[in-house]
Write a protein that binds this ligand. Structure first.
Ligand code: COA
Length: 160
């Protein structure tokens, strides 16, 4: 489809679950904007610039991807870049309630922007950036959860 789709998230850091969603979204939409939400209330480990660079490197072999950041309302930001679709991943039923609420709120803010939910491969359904950071902080092996460049970035942060 010719529309521009926006995939927003904190991406602190991007995981293979996020990359799985990026690939699925690109099969449907020819242009995908992956946008890092500043989200200071989550006290991110990686800066916005670092998060963008990790996503850029991890998606370098996928065409049709633009990486950027925003600190606006997601729905308003979508409109400002002419995106007609917001992509969100649903890992498990537990994601549903919050995502449902956000999708309806975003629709209220920008009625012309639709939210499309995609399910990542089930092998990533238990994955989250917080868990990956916790494992890495304690010196555990996270290589099967994150792109190589993110593994190196986590090692650099935790001095392992
Ligand atoms: N694979 C693996 N993990 C995934 C995943 C996937 N496919 N999809 C989500 N996750 C995980 C993330 O790693 C993250 O884990 P963490 O909480 O342990 O860090 C968690 O699920 C959610 O992260 P993410 O998808 O990055 O999104 P988010 O919930 O942090 O981001 C925004 C939400 C940015 C979209 C939302 O806060 C927002 O819209 N903010 C802008 C302000 C706004 O518009 N507010 C009004 C909203 S109605």
């Amino acid at each position: 489809m010719g529309e521009i789709a926006l995939y927003p998230g904190t991406f602190d850091p991007v995981t293979l679950g996020h990359i799985d969603i990026v690939k699925r979204a690109r099969k449907i939409f020819s242009s995908l904007v992956v946008a890092v939400a500043e989200n200071p209330q989550k006290s991110p480990l990686f800066s916005v610039e670092e998060r963008m660079e990790l996503i850029r490197t991890a998606t370098a072999d996928i065409d049709g991807i633009t990486v950027t950041w925003f600190n606006d309302l997601t729905a308003r930001f979508a409109r400002s870049i002419n995106a007609t679709v917001i992509i969100r991943g649903l890992r498990a039923v537990s994601d549903f309630e919050f995502e449902f609420q956000m999708a309806l709120m975003n629709r209220k803010i920008e009625p012309l922007v639709e939210t499309v939910f995609l399910m990542p491969n089930e092998k990533y359904s238990y994955l989250s950036s917080s868990l990956v950071k916790d494992i890495a902080r304690r010196g555990g092996d996270i290589s099967c959860f994150v792109p190589e460049v993110v593994g190196a970035g986590l090692k650099a942060k935790f001095g392992a």
